[in-house]
Ligand binder design. Structure first.
Ligand SMILES: [Zn+2]
Length: 137
């Protein structure tokens, strides 16, 4: 059994769920978050986590992500509810203020960690704008 880091949000012991190919999945019973870990890499949020939905649009971007691309990706998030957008915003802000994971490992991004964080910094402003205009339903 591999030694496992605790949940990086609440420090509780993670529960192993399953292993699929090279990826292990974990769950935090305390804060109800799902995590994944690929090979020897560190734990990251699992697929479909709030941050992953924002990173999905830049998987194949090798270089600096243009503002235009960030705008397009923000538009693609419009179908999320106000609550879901609020969660995406708070997760991004928390990660930027206090980095806990290697973002490029979450979805095997082709770009650099630095460009990914810079992209998040810009897209979160756009998502906040969508969130603000969204009706509370
Ligand atoms: Zn937790």
């Amino acid at each position: 059994m591999k030694k496992l880091e605790p949940c990086f949000r609440c420090n509780a012991q993670l529960t192993f769920i399953e292993e699929h190919k090279d990826v292990s999945f974990y769950y935090c019973n305390n804060c109800e978050r799902r995590y994944s870990k690929k090979g020897d890499k560190q734990i990251t949020d699992a697929w479909l986590s709030p941050i992953s939905t924002v990173l999905y649009g830049i998987i194949f971007e090798n270089d600096y992500i243009p503002d235009e691309k960030a705008r397009e990706n923000a538009e693609d998030l419009k179908h999320f509810s106000k609550d879901e957008l609020g969660q995406i915003i708070s997760d991004i802000e928390e990660e930027l203020a206090n980095p806990k994971q290697r973002l490029i490992d979450m979805l095997n991004l082709h770009g650099t960690e630095e460009n990914t964080r810079d992209y998040l910094k810009r897209i979160v402003v756009l998502i906040k704008d969508i969130h603000q205009k969204k009706k509370n339903i």
